[in-house]
Design a protein around this ligand. Structure first.
Ligand code: HEM
Length: 145
């Protein structure tokens, strides 16, 4: 279900971006723009305002964890449902994250990646990246039903 263009483009994006910047920036953006997502991160300490969120080392660390997980997903493009099975169980049963939030976070990731890639983030690249994130989100949602 992936074209050669989509495969190479998705791999290319992860080769080009700085994951250690994108992850923290995207999670910061999500927690700031959609403040109700903060409720799951009660153990992360001060999330009082945008500056506090951006400066919070636990937010930064967790943003890197999320991006690493996505990069590993890229290595399992043909089996994303299986690859994200355990994380789907974790987010639904243990963390009880409202699955609508997955889309909010991936939208924030898209915004930050677009900022890093600049002109290289063409409509075709955007489409391939959106499809990848949509399949990841569908995989994460799977255990909810
Ligand atoms: C934990 C990935 C979206 C809340 C994790 C972990 C990973 C991960 C890899 C660590 C699991 C472990 O330690 O075994 C992802 C991916 C997402 C996503 C790939 C979507 C692209 C979300 C969203 C929320 C959320 C939208 C809430 C709004 C959490 C929480 C933890 C967690 C609260 C536990 C953090 C901790 O206590 O350290 N996630 N996640 N996740 N995730 Fe997600």
């Amino acid at each position: 279900k992936w074209s050669d263009f989509e495969r190479s483009t998705i791999q290319d994006i992860f080769a080009k971006i700085d994951k250690n910047v994108v992850g923290p920036a995207a999670l910061t953006r999500c927690l700031t723009v959609y403040p109700w997502t903060q409720r799951y991160f009660g153990g992360f300490g001060n999330l009082y305002n945008a500056d506090a969120i951006a400066a919070n080392p636990k937010v930064a660390a967790h943003g890197k964890v999320v991006l690493n997980s996505l990069e590993n997903g890229v290595k399992n493009l043909d089996d994303l449902k299986n690859f994200y099975k355990d994380l789907s169980v974790l987010h639904s049963e243990k963390l009880q994250v409202d699955p609508d939030n997955f889309k909010l976070l991936t939208d924030c990731i898209t915004v930050v990646v677009a900022g890093q890639l600049g002109k290289a983030f063409t409509p075709e690249v955007h489409a391939a990246f959106s499809k990848f994130l949509a399949v990841v989100v569908a995989s994460l949602r799977k255990q909810y039903y």
